[in-house]
Design a protein around this ligand. Structure first.
Ligand code: USQ
Length: 390
């Protein structure tokens, strides 16, 4: 297939580009390095500093003989999207090109505005580029499990039947996001649903949980091909942070009680899910929503797993309960359905001790680059207080 991949420099974007190109697809990536810029501005540089996209694509070609076409450009500019779509004539577009950090979106007004404008503009431009230049194109959009929040009832897969005063209808499952970043994903879903039901675009919206891991068949070929790996409080996701903290020998930073439960998945399963979504395009006018995770864990359970795996490598790791900087429930019911991908054939890579040890070993290679100043949370979910970072 001809595939346009928006946000191809990211933690998920680059491994996805390599995976699809290795499978013989024609892959065009576009990225404006927004996350790299924001990471520098907030002192949140990744542990593994990846070369730029051209150099990565060149290294990938040397290692595999496969091509990834690179555009450095901003998807929030419609002209850039028009150029990409005219050139690539995509049969599918994978939209990852968003400001991805909940803490970043909560620093202050300008960060909130950037998150809102960037994320909504890119989704809007994706929709219009499809309408104008590739109307049959399947949009595969990265949403988040965080759109649903943590309701006290089971979370369905995108939609819910509601009976009310003797009548019933099907609606988008209620959303209650916990950060401005997550709220932009809720707004994206509403935009996509409007354009699907009104203009007949085809959309798969992926409600993904926090992702962990580094190793894919291509990323292991050369250190230049590893994904960006963040462990800081702003761009690092919780398990990647715990792995790095374990290697650095500092206690794992559990926010509050640690009963916060989320649906997690291995980077390898993100790749599988994208392939499954690509291989099962939806009808014109359909918005398919798939819950994309393989297992649920409370933060305390993740910490215990990391401690256990670290112990097998001779690392003795403690935990610290730091005051929770976020507004979120620390003990709650959490029962999300996730049968959609299982029915499409997903074979999960579960969080085994072996998987954790492999990740710990890769992170250990970069131990000397770990900056302990990046461990404690700097952004609080608090009213209009001015943050040092703002
Ligand atoms: N947490 C800790 N200690 C830490 C870091 C986080 O206890 O050192 C807790 C958080 O309070 C939260 C949970 O771990 O309850 C998950 O936090 P996270 O930073 O791993 O994930 P989150 O901010 O929700 O965002 C990440 C990605 C985002 C994606 C989302 C999926 O950055 O792009 O959309 O995971 S989900 O969480 O399902 O919404």
């Amino acid at each position: 297939m001809r595939i346009a991949l928006l946000g191809g420099d990211g933690y998920l974007g680059w491994p996805t580009a390599m995976d699809l190109a290795s499978k013989g697809h024609d892959v065009w990536v576009i990225d404006n390095y927004l996350r790299r810029t924001l990471a520098i501005q907030t002192g949140s540089e990744p542990l593994i500093c990846a070369p730029n996209l051209q150099l990565r694509a060149q290294r990938f070609r040397e290692e595999t003989g496969s091509e990834i076409r690179v555009h450095v450009g901003d998807c929030a500019s419609f002209e850039e999207m028009e150029r990409l779509f005219r050139e690539s004539q995509p049969e599918a577009v994978i939209h990852y090109a968003e400001q991805p950090s909940a803490p970043y979106s909560m620093i202050g007004r300008s960060q909130a505005r950037l998150t809102l404008q960037n994320n909504l503009s890119v989704t809007f431009n994706t929709i219009w580029a499809v309408l104008e230049f590739a109307p049959e194109c399947h949009i595969i959009k990265l949403g988040t499990m965080g759109e649903y929040g943590t309701p006290n009832i089971d979370i369905e897969e995108g939609w819910i039947e509601i009976s009310h005063k003797g009548r019933s209808d099907k609606f988008l499952y209620p959303r209650a996001a916990g950060s401005l970043y997550h709220t932009t994903k809720v707004l994206d879903t509403d935009l996509l649903w409007f354009y699907a039901r009104t203009y007949g675009i085809r959309v798969t919206d992926l409600m993904q949980g926090p992702v962990y891991g580094l190793a894919t068949p291509q990323s292991l070929m050369h250190d230049d091909l590893l994904p960006n790996f963040h462990y800081d409080d702003i761009f690092g996701t919780v398990l990647n942070r715990f792995l790095t903290q374990a290697v650095a020998g500092i206690p794992l930073t559990i926010y509050g009680e640690g009963g916060q439960t989320r649906g997690y998945l291995n980077l390898l399963d993100t790749l599988q899910c994208i392939n499954l979504a690509l291989g099962s395009p939806v009808q014109r006018g359909e918005l398919r929503i798939l819950n994309q995770f393989t297992e649920t864990f409370a933060v305390t359970e993740l910490a215990e797993r990391v401690q256990r795996a670290a112990a097998t490598m001779g690392l003795s790791v403690g935990v610290q309960h730091v005051p929770n900087p976020r507004k979120e429930k620390e003990r709650h019911y959490y029962q999300p359905v996730h049968t959609g991908f299982a029915n499409l054939g997903l074979r999960p890579h579960l969080l085994s001790d072996e998987a954790l040890s492999e990740m710990l070993e890769i992170v250990s290679r970069y131990r000397k680059d770990i900056d302990l100043a990046k461990m404690l949370p700097r952004v609080r979910w608090s009213s209009t207080e001015t943050h040092a970072l703002a």
